[in-house]
Design a protein around this ligand. Structure first.
Ligand code: PXG
Length: 451
């Protein structure tokens, strides 16, 4: 892999306690962190360098973002070239060439029929946009009462008011309550599926719960169902075989739009361009972010079927009128477009989607080798280059052991994600067999060291 040389990390001054205090970190235990900060100062390939000069393996590709590896020369060059060419362009009422080029390149790798792209800056904005488009679609089609969004328990769709409502993470609602009308399908983690490799065999029937929710709310009040094809931050929950096609069928039967939140699954992590491709079901709307720019510039994209785009155009009034009163100052930012184009180019040129598919069985074998030999592992799940362990709770403290395990890994030079009662891995697409073995060994050792 070619990477540009990066400057030495030694020139970075150490942060004082006061400097550490001013920053309120997101989704972080700030008090613990500030007592024992974990600071990274440099990244290259599959590795970070921390402020003590240690090399740390990146076991989550940043935050599921940097599959092509850090410090990719092609992306860096595209970004710096773009900064000199056109550093910003207004996206309301004006355009620039890269946004059109990127929209076309994205459509090329999306399932057939999803052929219009709306740009956002994050996963939260993508799911907000997708659900707003779904509600707006029904209004434009003369069905204004179709407003409710059905999510799934354990689903994570971001931090916006909408996403904490149709998302299924209790902790996100504890402080803020429910922001919009929604309801939830059951999650698909079943006892009989524990330690399944890849897609579990049981649970397609759980899609039928949508029929129950239709009976409760009536389809006339439901705009859309939103699910992650593979639930990521809940702890890597691959869909049961047949589940997503069944959900698609029930949505069709009741005229409910189906949205896939592909913020983690799009652009390669599943060993396919999308989760839709990997799992054999085509939604009406796909939301993406993260891997689109290899994480280096914030950007997301929402891709919709022509029929949905058409509904807004048909109902748009005079042709100078705005059909969708929605957008962001930084939608289609030229520098983000340059980063995304270079990223897609790398994914194609280096055959990274194929590489994920090739390395997935190696990762699966290594991850599942932890079964039995280590205490506290209640389940192991994986698909593509995503995997997770469920860790037995300390009574009343489900998140304690995963935190302790991740800290031990960090001390040993490995960054893994801890969340709830899970440990998650989202390996870089360029990971080697040796690196897979190394991260799994360290994970096993760290679990064994727990008291
Ligand atoms: N949808 C999905 C499926 C996500 O995973 C979002 C939306 C929100 O994206 P933004 O860009 O607004 O943060 C996410 C974000 C983890 C982890 O460890 C997952 C996310 C973020 C940070 C950590 O699993 N997902």
């Amino acid at each position: 892999m070619s990477a540009t040389d990066s400057p030495p990390a030694t020139s970075i001054p150490k942060l004082s306690r006061e400097q550490i205090e001013a920053y309120w970190l997101p989704y972080t235990g700030n008090r613990q962190f500030k007592d024992d900060p974990r600071i990274v100062v440099q990244a290259d390939g599959c590795y970070y360098t921390d402020d003590k000069g240690r090399k740390v393996f990146d076991g989550l590709s940043g935050l599921w973002t940097c599959g092509a590896g850090h410090n990719r020369a092609e992306i860096n060059e595209a970004v710096s070239k773009q900064l000199k060419q056109l550093d910003f362009a207004p996206s309301f009422q004006y355009g620039h060439p890269l946004a059109f080029e990127l929209a076309n390149k994205i459509v090329e790798v999306m399932p057939e029929g999803l052929d219009h792209v709306f740009f956002t800056n994050s996963g939260s904005e993508s799911t907000d946009t997708a659900t707003k488009i779904a509600r707006g679609y029904w209004r434009q089609r003369g069905r204004p009462e179709k407003t409710r969004i059905i999510g799934r328990i354990k689903g994570y769709h971001g931090a916006s008011w909408g996403a904490i409502s149709f998302g299924g993470v209790g902790a996100n609602r504890k402080l803020w309550g429910q922001g919009m009308e929604s309801d939830h399908l059951p999650h698909t983690m079943l006892k009989e599926n524990t330690f399944t490799r890849g897609m579990p065999g049981h649970g397609a029937y759980l899609a039928d719960d949508l029929e129950e929710l239709v009976a409760l709310h009536d389809a006339s009040n439901i705009a859309a169902v939103i699910v992650e094809p593979l639930a990521g931050s809940a702890g890597v929950i691959p869909p049961p075989e047949g589940y997503l096609p069944r959900l698609r069928k029930i949505c069709d039967k009741h005229n409910i739009l189906l949205i896939f939140d592909e913020v983690i699954t799009a652009f390669g992590r599943m060993g396919a361009w999308t989760g839709s491709d990997a799992f054999g079901a085509v939604p009406d709307i796909i939301g993406t972010a993260k891997q689109l720019t290899n994480g280096i510039i914030p950007m997301g994209a929402v891709i919709v079927k022509g029929e949905i785009y058409g509904a807004f155009m048909d109902a748009g009034g005079p042709d100078y009128a705005i059909e969708l009163p929605h957008g962001y100052t930084y939608s289609g930012h030229p520098v983000a477009c340059a980063a995304a184009l270079a990223t897609l180019d790398i994914l194609h040129k280096d055959k990274l989607i194929e590489r994920v598919a090739e390395m997935a069985p190696v990762f699966e074998e290594a991850l599942h080798s932890l079964r039995g030999s280590n205490r506290y592992i209640l389940d192991i799940r994986n698909y593509g280059l995503a995997g997770a362990l469920t860790i037995e709770h300390v009574p009343g403290e489900p998140a304690l052991r995963p935190f302790q395990i991740a800290m031990k890994c960090w001390e040993k030079g490995f960054y893994v994600r801890y969340g709830g009662d899970t440990i998650q891995l989202g390996l870089p697409f360029i990971v080697s067999r040796e690196e897979i073995d190394a991260v799994i060994n360290v994970l096993g050792e760290s679990i064994d060291e727990l008291t």
